[in-house]
Design a protein around this ligand. Structure first.
Ligand code: FES
Length: 165
């Protein structure tokens, strides 16, 4: 699978070998699908089609079922994540205080849509529900850092702290 990002073009052979090994205990056990997918994602970081095909084969599960499970659960992802995760809260309090303006700005600055990762593999962008810090809205998180009352003009400065870090 190609996602246009040279840093993630195809899976490294060592990842594929590792996946083969970690699926061994689940061979021929369709009931272990979710567990097997979890373990695989922990190692590879995401579940691209070639991995889903491998899991389907090893566990003897139809590929459509693997795909269905991966799409249904939000904690599974088919796209590689960036080195830094940016989340914008789109809960009501943050929304009315301008979260959508922040989202537009980040989309433009990073060239990435929500749910995607920048071409250089540095940043993934997501829109999330209330983070429980409504009084600080609009709230943006980068990895484990929380930024409150973020203004559009401050975004570039926040992001630059992580760029190349
Ligand atoms: S609405 Fe954004 S933190 Fe609650």
């Amino acid at each position: 699978m190609s996602n246009g990002c040279a840093c993630h073009a195809g899976l490294a052979p060592e990842h594929l070998a590792e996946v083969g090994k970690l699926l061994e205990p689940y061979r021929g056990q369709p009931e272990s699908l979710i567990q097997a997918l979890h373990k695989t994602q922990n190692v590879v970081g995401y579940l691209p089609r070639e991995i889903q095909v491998r899991v389907a084969k090893e566990l003897n599960v139809p590929l459509s079922k693997v795909y269905g499970v991966v799409s249904f659960y939000a904690f599974f992802t088919t796209k590689p994540k960036g080195r830094h995760q940016i989340s914008i809260c789109a809960g009501t309090a943050c929304y009315v205080r301008g979260a959508s303006r922040l989202l537009n700005q980040l989309t433009e600055d990073l060239g990435v849509e929500p749910g995607d990762t920048s071409q250089d593999g540095e940043f993934s962008l997501d829109v999330v529900r209330c983070l429980g810090a409504c009084g600080l809205g609009p709230v943006v998180t980068v990895n484990d850092d929380v930024y409150g009352r973020v203004r559009k003009e401050k975004l570039a400065g926040i992001i630059s702290k992580y760029n190349g870090e």
